[in-house]
Design a protein around this ligand. Structure first.
Ligand code: CP
Length: 307
């Protein structure tokens, strides 16, 4: 599928916080298994519950973890910021220990704080970072990699342009790592306030002018403006952002016929992309969501098999 050797399907040491917690062989193996599951192979069955601990909003990630748990024969326990004992001062560690006592054998955790899971010691269950602030969102990248390979493309040698709010994007950081691990070339584009000097270099990639990047890329990943993480005004206006940095219908028409378009969602239509992009046959936006279920199933299966 992508030229990598198959490896045993075991993810250790029971925690996926960032893409680089996986070796290239583990990543290749997970993609192979995710593809099998996506194409209808049954997943292994497990006793116990998956806890979804989401201290930030989510539609795709939380629901796809719940779907993954269902495919694995597991129940789910759900904790959000509102209505949970975090409001009474309970720590993440104590919440996870509580969920383990309630039968959880794995947890998917989303927090606004970068690195929140780094502070949590071993709590006796598999832990998956479902997005921690601006830092990492590894299971989004797993979904994106599967969507691209299912579209018949090799990751190795592919040219990925990521455009938009790179500064605040955990998706961008995980994508740079994950696509890079499998041999893709990655470049970034966006306004200087959101792709400040030195950021691309710190990721080990290049920042390029948008038009140049669009002409170069095989895959264009469009990102949402993360307004919830912006501490000041980074843009003159959304209208100007769309004009200068949006994947508009006009720019879409100029893209090569074989370029794939990714967006992790949620999309802000009419800002970073136009309606036509979502409908276009080159868009993998809905495939990414479906692949998220398969890859989260494969990931949890590998982590639980490895216990
Ligand atoms: N892509 C993503 O993480 O979407 P949600 O915020 O809806 O989970």
């Amino acid at each position: 599928m992508h030229g990598l050797v198959r490896a045993p399907r075991r993810i250790g040491p029971g925690r996926l916080v960032k893409m680089r917690d996986l070796g290239c062989d583990e990543l290749g193996s997970l993609l192979t298994r995710g593809r099998e599951i996506h194409l209808g192979q049954p997943a292994h069955a497990f006793q116990g519950a998956l806890a979804t601990v989401f201290y930030e909003n989510s539609t795709r990630t939380r629901n796809s973890f719940q779907q993954a748990a269902s495919r694995l024969g597991m129940t789910t326990l759900q904790v959000g910021r509102e209505g949970s004992s975090i409001q009474k001062g309970e720590t993440l560690e104590d919440t996870l220990l509580t969920l383990r006592a309630l039968g959880a054998v794995a947890a998917a955790v989303r927090t606004p704080e970068p690195g929140a899971l780094d502070e949590v010691p071993d709590v006796g269950m598999a832990l998956v970072n479902a997005g921690d602030g601006w830092r990492q969102h590894p299971t989004q990248t797993l979904a994106d990699l599967l969507a691209v390979t299912l579209a018949g493309r090799r990751i190795e040698g592919a040219r990925l342009l990521i455009v938009g709010d790179i500064l605040h994007s955990r998706v961008a950081r995980s994508a740079v790592d994950g696509f890079g691990m499998l041999g893709a070339e990655v470049a970034l584009a966006g306004p200087p306030t959101l792709v400040p000097r030195g950021l691309a270099e710190s990721f080990g990639v290049e920042a390029v002018p948008f038009a140049e990047g669009l002409a170069w890329a095989d895959i264009v990943m469009v990102l949402r403006l993360q307004k919830e993480r912006m501490e000041r005004g980074y843009l003159p206006s959304l209208r100007e952002y769309r004009q200068r940095w949006g994947l508009t219908a006009e720019r879409l028409r100029q893209l090569r016929d074989d370029v794939l378009v990714l967006h992790p969602g949620p999309q802000n239509r009419g800002v970073e992309l136009d309606d036509e992009v979502i409908r276009d046959r080159r868009s993998l936006i809905h495939a990414q969501i479906a692949c998220g279920v398969s890859m989260r199933t494969a990931l949890l299966e590998a982590m639980l098999d490895a216990r």
